[in-house]
Design a binder for this molecule. Structure first.
Ligand code: CAA
Ligand code: NAI
Length: 246
């Protein structure tokens, strides 16, 4: 087991990539806190994983709200006796062309996808420092690396995640904490299901592997970065996109 007895918080774990990661981490022996805004779905998913024999719990959180994040982190640390791993995976889209993008939709995406990553990381940090070790993994995107039509807000936030990751990798490396990002390509989840079929086909045609990704493709990347196998990997952006970025 690659994460035996490690305590992992995964945000956005009620769906998609976060849910796949929760199951992957639990299967590898981790105690997993599924942290999500959607309490009904989150509780349901946690119950399903518990029924498979995994050690998981659901914690309601809005990553864009600092007091909600502080409370979630405090409860996780109390229930599982500390924290070893944080996966900053929660994210949203509010796609629109620049000329139509509202200030509200710009701010909303920044507050969840960028400020949310800052909130969770800062709140978890004292627990990692206490352990003298830890792994922080944040989810960027191919859109944050090379931009995307209709994603001003999202690309800005995901590029910002890369900037924070590299700063934290420099700041926290000597404290025994590895900080990395994963930049997924187009992966089949509820998020991509909203993209018009024609555009999705266009995205697929750009992938050398000739297919969209599966959530488990990303869960496996999170797992690698969370495991001891990645102890000398720090400040990297791992592209898991079938070869779109090269
Ligand atoms: N490349 C080039 N041109 C594009 C384009 C693209 N990817 N997408 C749209 N356009 C063009 C259209 O062809 C259209 O051109 P004309 O005016 O000449 O006809 C123009 O831009 C306007 O497009 P729409 O008619 O679609 O405009 P709209 O206002 O109705 O919708 C939109 C705009 C909401 C951005 C819609 O196009 C859309 O949903 N696009 C998909 C955006 C996208 O890729 N999102 C990724 C979501 S998944 C994700 O975010 C995960 C991740 O990290 C990768
Ligand atoms: P999803 O929409 O399937 O799941 C996102 C989860 O985040 C949901 O359960 C939702 O309730 C939760 N969430 C939303 N706002 C929240 C908040 N304020 N606080 C706490 N939880 C919140 O999305 P998906 O596809 O699983 O995406 C996961 C991450 O991967 C996101 O950061 C996304 O931007 C990123 N990503 C996804 C790609 C894809 O193609 N699906 C590609 C690149 C990046």
């Amino acid at each position: 087991m690659r994460l035996k007895d490690k305590v992992a918080i995964i945000t956005g774990a009620a769906n998609g990539l976060g849910l796949a990661a929760a199951e992957t981490f639990a299967r590898e022996g981790a105690k997993v806190a599924l942290a999500d805004y959607d309490a009904n779905l989150g509780r349901e998913r946690a119950a399903e994983l518990k029924a498979k024999g995994y050690e998981v719990s659901f914690f309601q959180v809005d990553v864009s709200d600092r007091s909600s994040v502080d409370e979630m982190v405090r409860r996780v640390a109390a229930e599982f006796s500390g924290i070893d791993i944080l996966v900053n995976n929660a994210g949203i889209t509010r796609d629109a062309m620049l000329k139509k993008l509202s200030v509200e939709d710009f701010q909303k995406v920044i507050s969840v996808n960028l400020t949310g990553v800052f909130h969770c990381t800062q709140a978890v940090l004292p627990f990692l420092l206490e352990r003298g070790s830890g792994k922080i993994i944040s989810t960027s995107s191919v859109s944050g690396v090379y931009g995307n039509v209709g994603q001003t807000n999202y690309a800005a936030a995901k590029a910002g995640v890369i900037g924070m990751t590299k700063s934290w990798a420099k700041e926290l490396g000597r404290k025994g904490i590895n900080v990395n990002a994963v930049a997924p390509g187009f992966i089949m989840t509820g998020m991509t299901a909203k993209v018009p079929e024609k555009i999705l086909e266009q995205m697929k045609s750009m992938v050398p592997l000739g297919r969209l990704g599966d959530p488990r493709d990303i869960a496996n990347a999170y797992l690698f970065l969370a495991s001891e196998e990645a102890n000398y990997v720090n400040g990297t952006v791992l592209h898991v996109d079938g070869g779109i970025m090269m």
